[in-house]
Each structure stands twice: as structure tokens, then as C-alpha cells.
Write a protein that binds this ligand. Structure first.
Ligand SMILES: O=C(O)CCC(=O)C(=O)O
Ligand SMILES: [Fe+2]
Length: 192
């Protein structure tokens, strides 16, 4: 299944990108790996370490290949023609109820033109705000097992964020936050 979100060019939402059994296995594999605790939410970095303050990546930040299971997800996305190239960087984010991510555009000089994020665990709402008109707010429900792809305007001309809430409304329905783990895949642009 392949759903294009019409309101923002370059935003693509794919429900059921990974099935329930795979999601459970992925979360187990992820929890067996070390979490970094330098942000408010826990993260893991693979492929290249990313410096949130410097917003830059160079060759010295290479930290090995993506785990085998992550390479399989990239391969699936390439096979399903969602991606046209192999991604070499992944950041895992853990959001507990009340945790979120501030409005941002992913670093333009660090990462190539498409970003893919896979949601595991429980649902949350991602908000998109146009850089031209920040009052323009498009909420997108990210269901567990879904993937979202940002390219074009969705990547460069809209900010995205997740509110630091314990519950939120989406289309008149109350979404209660549980634990969400997301896998964000990117292709690194090496700065020299
Ligand atoms: O949790 C997500 O799905 C998105 C994470 C994100 O926007 C980022 O790491 O830049
Ligand atoms: Fe982002």
C-alpha cells in the first residue's frame, strides 16, 4: 500500500511497512543495544554519529555499518521503490509519554534529499509546519509499523515535530501516548 499525503508535496506515508511480529523483534533487538542518554529522549546512532549542536558530519564520524536488521529495512524500502539509493545512517529515537522532538528541518548539508522514518511501538502525531507560514499546521498520524518519507517540500520547506504530550487529539480521537521507538534513515553527505 502506498499513500501520498496530498497536502504537502514530497510527503509519503506508508501504513504497515513492518508487520507486528517484526516490530516486536526489532524493539527487542534495539533494547539489547546501548542507548545514549545525552538528550531528553534516549537515542542510538548508527553508520555515522550526528552532532546535534554542530549540525555537521565528516568522515571521522563513521561508526561502522548499520546493523544487519536495519540494512534489511533499507533493502525492503529499495525493493519497494520507496528509496532510490542505499542509506548509510540511522538514528533510533525513543519517546516515552510526554517526550517529543522540537520543530526542525533535518540538517540540509549533512543529509541527502530523502529521509525515512519507521515507527514502532505506539502511535503519535507528527506536526508539519510550513516555513513560509508557520501557522499552517498539518498533523499526520504515525501508526506503529508505518513509514514516512520526507523529500522535496516536506523535507526542505516544512518543519516537523512531535509534541511533548502524554495524549493528543487527532481527527476528534484521543491518542494516548505509549512508548514509541522510531528508526530514522538517511544518506549522509560527507563534508570536507
Ligand atoms: O521520530 C521520528 O519519527 C522523527 C525523528 C526526527 O525527526 C529526527 O530525528 O530528525
Ligand atoms: Fe527530523
Amino acid at each position: 500500500m502506498n499513500h501520498l499525503t496530498q497536502s504537502i508535496p514530497g510527503l509519503q506515508y506508508i501504513p504497515d511497512f513492518v508487520g507486528q511480529t517484526t516490530q516486536t523483534a526489532l524493539i527487542e533487538a534495539i533494547d539489547a543495544l546501548p542507548w545514549l542518554t545525552d538528550l531528553k529522549r534516549r537515542v542510538q546512532h548508527y553508520g555515522y554519529k550526528y552532532d546535534y549542536k554542530k549540525r555537521a558530519i565528516d568522515a571521522s564520524m563513521k561508526v561502522g555499518d548499520l546493523p544487519h536488521w536495519a540494512q534489511k529495512i533499507v533493502q525492503q524500502a529499495v525493493d519497494e521503490q520507496l528509496l532510490s539509493e542505499y542509506f548509510d545512517q540511522m538514528i533510533i529515537n525513543e519517546y516515552l509519554p510526554g517526550q517529543g522532538i522540537a520543530r526542525h528541518v533535518d540538517c540540509e548539508p549533512c543529509f541527502d534529499h530523502t529521509i525515512m522514518s519507521v515507527s514502532l511501538g505506539t502511535a503519535c502525531v507528527m506536526h508539519f509546519n510550513s516555513l513560509e507560514d508557520k501557522n499552517l499546521d498539518v498533523p499526520v498520524l504515525l501508526a506503529p509499523g508505518s513509514a514516512i518519507l520526507l523529500s522535496g517540500d516536506a523535507r526542505y520547506r516544512w518543519q516537523h515535530s512531535i509534541r511533548a504530550n502524554k495524549s493528543e487529539m487527532f481527527e476528534g480521537q484521543k491518542i494516548v501516548r505509549g512508548r514509541r521507538v522510531s528508526l530514522t534513515f538517511r544518506k549522509v553527505i560527507i563534508q570536507t
